[in-house]
Design a protein around this ligand. Structure first.
Ligand code: FAD
Length: 409
């Protein structure tokens, strides 16, 4: 590697910011230019629906690294700047400021975009979404004691916002199209547990309810209309119905994409000078013999490391078991693995005690995923066992008297 070589990172979010730091950590001596469309230095999004929204964190608490860090490490940062196009032949990236920057390697870290609510009235004032710090500030300002909040979508972001809204004294109703909460991401037992806890906290749940329109008055939302004719009055609505990969640049540049930029275990795209990391990529999952698009901080960090190592000509890191967390009320949910090939579950602890874990097992007794509620040890050992691919007995998993750490030996 020569000091004149240039890496351009497109997207200054969790993955992009981390890749810049990891390149230096792995010994990259050339230039690093980090280009981000948002006005802030790379920051963490998880608090936006949790502590930040509740006002428990303020100021620079979200920031991943200080401005000083980028300066000290020779990382050039262009904020409020978008990359509009990539010329793969000339190896240049065109920015919204009219510049054309040359690269030897380019890392796409453009994240994901919220799926828009495809109904009439979705553009009215007071219909909000949550992805950026600016969105969170807007939502926070709208959530006053007594505000009627309608949350469209009972996924992680919607439920975290409902929990935070209750803490702020707002009234919250969650509308979910499927018959249970978190339908695509947790098992039915967990869905029931979260429904119970939200109910106890005073959140109204409307399950099996499809939104068909948003009613407005003087340009502002006043109600959500449901397919069965019901009308839910509200002061503000938060749409949280999932996200799609922001792979538009990659598609326009002719890279292989399929619900995200297709990459290998070095985060390398179909062009060996271009890498894609974080929410915008679709990656192999070695423990599952599958490809998948993940939306999580641990994934953004893992792929940032893969790309940085590959660019610095270091061997690929050992693959990690995917994991994720969500905080709602006093519940810390941690999920490791994915329930691909799950044929049975073993439950350790009990939902009534507020501490339990659901282990998902394959036909051959291997653990493929664990969902742990306030049980960090079950999550940690489950994650280890997924990586080991070791068969374990369901009875021992479910038996609280049997030490889990004995299974990991
Ligand atoms: P992002 O962090 O989204 O960054 C992408 C950046 O690229 C953005 O700043 C975008 O503006 C910029 N960009 C896009 N296109 C361009 C362009 N053409 N030019 C320049 N810049 C561009 N994960 C967890 O593991 N646990 C949680 O509890 C959790 N909670 C979350 C709560 C919320 C409210 C949200 C929104 C996400 C949460 N996540 C959580 C997911 C996690 O934050 C993401 O998986 C992670 O941020 C992905 O990092 P990324 O860098 O791929 O994308």
């Amino acid at each position: 590697m020569s000091a004149s070589q240039q890496v351009i990172i497109v997207g200054a979010g969790h993955a992009g910011g981390s890749a810049a730091a990891l390149l230096r950590q792995h010994g990259w001596k050339g230039g690093i230019t980090l280009i981000g469309a948002e006005p802030q230095l790379p920051y963490q999004r998880p608090p936006l629906s949790k502590t930040w929204l509740k006002g428990e964190e303020t100021g620079e608490a979200l920031q991943l690294r200080s401005a000083r860090f980028y300066k000290d490490n020779g990382i050039t940062v262009h904020l409020s700047t978008a990359v509009d196009g990539i010329d793969r032949k000339a190896r240049t990236a065109a920015t919204s400021r009219g510049e054309k920057l040359s690269y030897d390697y380019l890392i796409l870290a453009t994240g994901s975009r919220n799926r828009p609510l495809p109904v009439r009235g979705a553009q009215l004032n007071g219909v909000l979404e949550l992805r950026s710090a600016a969105d969170a500030d807007c939502l926070q300002a709208a959530l006053q004691p007594g505000t009627k909040l309608a949350v469209v979508g009972g996924g992680f972001i919607g439920l975290e916002v409902a929990a935070s809204a209750r803490a702020l004294g707002a009234e919250a109703t969650v509308i979910e199209r499927e018959e249970r909460l978190l339908p695509r991401v947790v098992c039915a037992e967990l869905s029931s547990y979260f429904a119970q806890r939200h109910h106890e906290a005073g959140v109204e749940l409307m399950l099996g309810a499809t939104v068909v329109g948003v009613e407005g008055c003087a340009g502002r939302v006043v109600a959500i209309m449901l397919a069965d004719g019901r009308r839910l009055p509200c002061d503000v609505a938060l749409v949280g119905i999932g996200a799609v990969a922001d792979d538009r640049l990659a598609q326009a540049a002719g890279l292989a994409c399929d619900n995200g930029v297709a990459v290998d275990l070095e985060a390398r795209s179909s062009d060996d000078r271009i890498f894609a990391i974080g929410d915008c990529s679709r990656r192999p999952l070695p423990f599952y013999n599958a490809e998948f698009r993940l939306e999580s901080v641990p994934n953004a960090l893992e792929q940032a490391n893969q790309a940085a190592r590959a660019i610095c000509s270091k061997p690929a890191p050992a693959p990690e078991v995917p994991w994720f967390w969500s905080d709602q009320y006093d519940i810390r949910l941690q999920i490791a693995g994915l329930p691909f090939g799950s044929v049975r579950i073993a439950i350790r602890g009990s939902p009534d005690s507020g501490k339990f874990a659901v282990f998902h097992q394959a036909e051959d007794d291997r653990i493929v995923a664990v969902e742990a509620v306030n049980m960090p040890q079950a999550m940690a050992i489950g994650k280890l066992l997924i990586a080991k691919g070791k068969a374990v007995s369901s009875e021992q998993l479910a038996d609280e008297a049997f030490p889990l750490k004995d299974l990991a030996r």
